[in-house]
Design a protein around this ligand. Structure first.
Ligand code: PHB
Length: 390
């Protein structure tokens, strides 16, 4: 049995298998508890699916050591240190929160350990704080939201109120949207950032949005906060008079059915929806659904493509921290999202963005694609990096 499979079963660390020259130790650093726990589980499911599916294409085998960030930057930093110094991992993958990515960046860069970012969109990690050791297979916060500013303006929307949790991702997602919306001539009539992981009652913020004179509301919320927000937005009676837009994590297929009818009609933008019509996506949806019993989300595909990137890097002969770092930033393949590549100027992924509406389908809520917006590389934002070896 491949070690990836053993690891997925939680057995790898307890088995004393002889070490092979191409045995790659992978530190999987994800939230398995806290407000983003479901996201971490979906990323892991996608990651292990890819190792099992593509593992026969490489001579390398993979031992996985999992650590829970708890969505807490200091906890995550301690776990990253343990993976790097004690477990001596060859490569790390994961990280959901932009705050956590900001906290571990210097440790990862200083130790020269390759990190495949499987979610956290922190703009700085592929901008002013970029590193040849950090390659992002997910998205950047600005990348997901900038196209939506232009698109909403094109739909005739001129006045918007914004809301997001008060931490790096919330601020950067909103900044991305605001930059293009205002450049197109739109106006932000009000903006609030809600205490992250602490806001139970969005009522006071919704009252402000209602009184603001906005024609629409644009938000970023994810995980447990997205479920509460979407439900409260509807029960507050706002949905009919003030249409709700956002980054697509708001209505992720991972938890949209927990939001229920409150999510119907919400329009958002994202780099992946399971309704993308391509043979690569159909095969992925089938394999993931068969394995987990649920439709894959953006988190699942990010884990899957991160696992596949690791396979591609080892196929190219990489087998230690330096060679893996160099090989990871050169991967490109046709995945469920479409053609993927890494921008050599920043190590951020380049990919199209889909505007989608959440609609009722035969088997619950589903994603109707309204527009496919072309892939754009992020601005370099002060990133200046040299390759690791050679
Ligand atoms: C982030 O903190 O970067 C983040 C978290 C959850 C998401 C997207 C981005 O769904």
């Amino acid at each position: 049995m491949k070690r990836a499979t053993l690891a997925a079963l939680g057995l790898a660390t307890s088995l004393a298998l002889p070490a092979a020259a191409d045995d790659i130790k992978v530190g999987l650093l994800l939230p398995f508890s806290g407000v983003y726990a479901a996201l971490g589980n979906d990323i892991e499911a996608g990651f292990t699916l890819a190792l099992d599916q593509f593992g026969s294409e490489t001579d390398a085998t993979f031992d996985i050591v999992r650590e829970d960030t708890e969505v807490k930057p200091p906890v995550a930093l301690a776990k990253a240190k343990k993976l790097i110094l004690q477990d001596k991992v060859d490569v790390m993958a994961g990280i959901v929160s932009s705050g956590v990515l900001g906290a571990v960046r210097d440790m990862v860069h200083g130790a020269g350990v390759p990190l495949i970012v499987a979610n956290a969109g922190n703009d700085e990690a592929t901008g002013s704080a970029c590193s040849p050791f950090i390659t992002r297979m997910s998205f950047s916060n600005g990348q997901v939201n900038r196209p939506m500013g232009r698109w909403m303006h094109d739909q005739g929307i001129r006045k918007v109120y914004t809301l997001a949790p008060d931490y790096a991702a919330g601020r950067q997602m909103i900044d991305g949207f605001v930059s293009t919306f205002t450049a197109a001539g739109g106006e932000i009539v009000g903006q609030e950032f809600t205490p992250f992981q602490k806001t139970q009652d969005f009522g006071p913020y919704l009252a402000q949005a209602k009184a603001s004179g906005a024609e629409a509301v644009f938000v970023f919320y994810a995980g447990g906060e997205a479920i509460s927000f979407v439900k409260q937005y509807d029960s507050f009676g706002l949905k009919a008079e003030l249409p709700l837009y956002g980054s697509g994590f708001l209505t992720s297929p991972l938890y949209v059915n927990a939001e229920g009818p409150a999510a119907e009609g919400v329009i958002t933008a994202l780099h992946y929806v399971p309704t993308i019509d391509s043979p690569e996506n159909a095969a992925f949806v089938e394999a993931f659904t068969e394995r987990t019993g649920r439709v894959p989300s953006e988190y699942a595909v990010q884990g899957y493509d991160s696992g596949r990137a690791l396979i591609e890097a080892t196929r190219a002969g990489a087998n230690d921290r330096a060679s893996l770092s160099d090989a990871l930033r050169q991967v490109s393949f046709e995945g469920p999202r479409g053609a993927l590549s890494i921008d050599p100027a920043t190590n951020n992924i380049v990919q199209p963005i889909y505007v989608y509406e959440t609609v009722a389908g035969a088997e619950g809520l589903t994603q109707k694609v309204l527009a496919r917006l072309p892939a754009e590389a992020d601005p370099v934002n002060g990133c200046d990096m040299a390759p690791v070896s050679n």
